[in-house]
Design a protein around this ligand. Structure first.
Ligand SMILES: NC(=O)C1=CN([C@@H]2O[C@H](COP(=O)(O)OP(=O)(O)OC[C@H]3O[C@@H](n4cnc5c(N)ncnc54)[C@H](OP(=O)(O)O)[C@@H]3O)[C@@H](O)[C@H]2O)C=CC1
Ligand SMILES: Nc1nc2c(c(=O)[nH]1)N=C([C@H](O)[C@@H](O)CO)CN2
Length: 243
């Protein structure tokens, strides 16, 4: 069954299939926003988002053709966009093998830099078409963008590139479109994080706990609500960056 969507002033979230992105999609849907949820791997949760009224679109952001098709499908479906939240990400320890590390570099720069660049560029007319006073772009980077963990050096460099790109988009799209950065800290560990590393990370975190996905949703909603915030870089890290 094809569901008709009224996608005027929709909010696009990338990586909405699980964890932070899924929580953002659910929160914004519940708040009454039309939501376009990009996902990589279909899950029961993406199927539930669809039943709840979101337009769910699959794309592998490492593939330029997928990103261009995603942009075209969104442009065709939504007459205007209220916001784009770039959340999709690949988080990998850099391989000691140079050839493998270079393949990771291609993948992570494609997801964290090229895809946001293409989507922001192709969808800028939809952001500018919003009837609201402002549209928003939110890039989710990492506190590691400012102070890298060398174990994840390729990932960190790609997030730093995204952070710098955010400032250029803030300059290019002002005053109609605000562009801001959220830098998460230890929000939600991966299953493969062992107890020792979790304890070490939290010992370096002033507040001593994982932030949880709601911490990012609160930061994103605050940015959307603030008419006077652009080119800002907001850490949501429990104080880890100074710990
Ligand atoms: N969790 C944390 O503690 C921290 C998170 N952050 C940042 O916050 C954001 C959200 O974090 P979190 O929810 O943990 O992120 P995840 O590691 O869970 O990944 C987010 C999403 O990105 C998607 N993704 C991965 N590869 C691709 C691809 N090739 N094409 C399209 N989508 C892809 C994943 O889809 P699938 O699983 O289907 O591949 C997933 O749904 C990320 O940008 C992350 O870098 C920063 C610091 C700490
Ligand atoms: N895409 C992701 N990026 C990051 C994640 C994650 O789970 N997915 N997690 C971290 C770490 O937990 C870090 O914050 C604590 O070591 C960083 N980036």
């Amino acid at each position: 069954m094809t569901i008709a969507h009224d996608l005027a002033d929709a909010i696009l979230i990338t990586g909405a299939g699980r964890r932070v992105g899924l929580h953002l999609a659910r929160r914004l849907l519940a708040a009454g926003h039309p939501v376009i949820a990009h996902f990589h791997t279909e899950t029961d949760e993406t199927r539930a988002l669809e039943r709840d009224g979101a337009l769910c679109l699959q794309a592998d952001l490492t593939k330029e053709s997928d990103v261009r098709t995603l942009a075209a499908r969104i442009s065709a479906a939504a007459p205007s966009l209220r916001a784009i939240i770039h959340n999709a990400s690949a988080f990998e320890i850099t391989s000691p093998d140079l050839e493998a590390a270079l393949a990771q570099m291609d993948r992570m720069f494609a997801i964290h830099v090229r895809a946001p660049f293409i989507l922001n560029s192709e969808l800028a007319p939809r952001l500018l078409a919003t009837t609201r006073p402002h549209a928003d772009i939110i890039h989710i980077t990492d506190i590691y963008a400012d102070n890298p963990n060398p174990v994840f050096d390729v990932y960190c460099a790609s997030k730093a590139a995204l952070q710098n790109l955010s400032l250029s988009f803030a300059k290019k799209l002002a005053p109609k479109v605000k562009v801001n950065v959220i830098q998460p800290g230890p929000i939600l560990f991966k299953e493969w994080h062992g107890e020792a590393i979790r304890a070490k990370v939290l010992a370096e975190t002033l507040l001593g706990t994982e932030g949880g996905v709601e911490a990012i949703a609160l930061a994103a909603e605050a940015i959307l609500a603030n008419h006077y915030q652009t080119a800002a870089i907001i850490a949501v890290d429990g104080g880890r960056r100074v710990g």
